[in-house]
Ligand binder design. Structure first.
Ligand code: SF4
Ligand code: SF4
Length: 177
């Protein structure tokens, strides 16, 4: 029969020798390979106790930024949603009312801001498009989840802790604690 490739190997059907029939030699060969690996540098790490450093260009989970006074930077201009090739970003804009100046930096803000992490390809175009430095991709990755809805991140999931009122949480989020 004509072979499709020249990679075929014929199977050895010779009767086993005595040494082969007691399998000890093959077990010994296997143990030798295992033993040799004991002295080699481990390619694996003990995650999550140990973590590999990320590449400087790693793009992870999104963060909605605040200014130094703790006000939300996002003005719901929609540029990130337009730039997103995966159509993963949804938002609803709202007008700031008097008395909310300490919450939102501009007159308009995102009342609803969602990113569907199942659609996101972590390209970083939303970060590049943002004129307000309001969104950036951090060095954290989206944790695993059991439901699809768990991957739709709302504003409360994305907003960075307030530097004025949640200083400890902010330091933890930045990995300083
Ligand atoms: S990283 Fe890319 S795919 Fe993900 S939300 Fe931003 S623009 Fe869309
Ligand atoms: S994150 Fe930036 S680009 Fe997106 S809506 Fe807010 S201000 Fe506009």
């Amino acid at each position: 029969m004509q072979a499709l490739t020249n990679r075929a190997k014929s199977v050895d059907r010779k009767p086993m020798t005595f040494l082969e029939s007691i399998y000890l030699w093959n077990i010994f060969k296997g143990m030798l390979i295992t033993f040799r690996h004991i002295f080699k540098k481990q390619p694996t790490i003990h995650y999550p106790e140990q973590k590999r450093p990320f590449s400087p260009v790693f793009r992870g989970l999104h963060v909605l930024n605040r200014d130094e006074e703790g006000r939300e930077r996002c003005t719901a201009c929609g540029l990130c949603a337009v730039a997103c090739p995966a159509e993963a970003i949804t938002m609803e804009a709202a007008e700031r009312v008097p008395g909310e100046e300490n919450l939102y930096r501009e007159e308009k803000y995102a009342a609803r801001y969602e990113i569907n992490m199942l659609r996101c390809i972590f390209c970083g175009l939303c970060e590049e498009a943002c004129p307000k430095d309001a969104i950036y991709l951090s060095e954290t990755f989206a944790p695993a989840n059991f439901t699809r809805t768990g991957f739709i991140y709302g504003k409360t999931d994305l907003l960075i802790p307030n530097p004025k009122t949640e200083a400890a949480d902010l330091a933890k989020a930045k990995g300083e604690l």
